[in-house]
Design a protein around this ligand. Sequence first.
Ligand SMILES: [Zn+2]
Length: 488
Amino acid sequence: MYLRDTGGFTESGGAVALTLPRKPRLIDRATIRRGLEHAQSIDLVVDLGARIGSREWWRGLATCTALCASAIAAAPGFHPLLGPVAAPMGGTQAEEMRVSAIAPTAYGADTGKKVAPTALVERLADTPERPQISLTAALGSGDGFGRTLTRAGVGADEARQVTNLVADATRLGDIKSGTKLDITLGRRPNKDVARPLDHLAFRAKFELALEINRIDGRLQLKEIPIAVDDTPLRVTGRVGSSLLSAARAAGAPAKAIETYLRAMAQHVAIGAIKANDRFDLIIEHRRAATGETETGGLLLGGLEQGRKTLRLLKWTQDGREQWFDAAGTGELHGNMKMPVQGAHQTSSFGMRFHPILGYSRMHQGIDYGAPMGAPIVAATDGTVSFSGWHGGHGNYVQIRHAGNMGTGYAHMSRIIAHIGEHVRAGQLIGYVGSTGLSTGPHLHFEVFKDNKAINPAGVKFAQAAQLGGSELSRFKATLARLLAVHAS
Ligand SMILES: [Zn+2]
């Protein structure tokens, strides 16, 4: 039948499948018996693929159907196989399992075991306070020391007391903003008062730590000096393609390099610094015993160009800080400042016809046309040697400079500088006017060399401070001490 011809299986099988639901046919015992009687004479196994619709075919189909039906009826069916199964968890065990399982909270997981109060738990009327509170407060910029303490919970009276104690040891303004205050507050008698301060510790300065402790009921200050090594930092190296990046790479702070370049520019054209030149920076540096470091400004700058070495040391002379070379010569205060800003020259030095006197005479200075009241400044550093009315000069100021030089400023409307006063380049000495022999507001500016008027146009006040005597020896000692520092 359907097993004998596999080629016809689909066809015969299909026929069986299709035929059964379409033409349900009851097969009674008589039919089966008839079939069995037939089978004795005829082949029971009919090819359902051939002679479709014939008597034999129908008989074969019926046999097949009957056999299929009995096979299905006799089938034991599909049931799950029973094996050993874990017993379901419950109660505490399930709870333990759940809290230790990993599952997203979105899926119903929780983050821990909930402990419900048992009968042993007793409700208190008042919760006891922690005996001590330790906290850290930071001093904000522009914030008061006392205010920081009160904010942290220290009582107003105690904060004032502590502030006074601290002020005895250091200037409160010297405590840097951002300083961390370690505070311990103790037990209080009742909840209506602030907790008493038991302990306070902080770094007041780079070289000083302060501690305040309650000893026998009283606050006592303890100063803890911190050893500081102030050996400067020395950074040296080859300039290479860029002095800035080479010095940065060697560990010099950007600000020190900037100062170095500015100081060097007074002596060397920055473009003349070559790749093989060597830079040498000695920078203020402090290292506390507790490990902190602090880097300050440039103390000494050196530049080695072949066999030539330039060294500049920061030195304060007459209250003015400047860079002196190894020989003790200061910065050049080369060019004079314009005594009036934005003015134009209206008359030059030399013989000219005087507009008021009506004849030719020597014009001993330069005239700058400027509006009435424009400020007049000292052309360079010096000491005022004359201040007041001076005939045809009107209101007049004369300043004596180093190197037997002098300058004069005439026709002022108002004088500011006093005789004997030391003035710096650019310092206000008076205002433009038209006093004395003058046809309109202008500044008549004179320059003297050895008390003789010279043409201001050609003057360059190439002046440099020179250290001498004991100051020079102190300068040289400082230089030697710094140069003894080894490069890090
Ligand atoms: Zn003039």
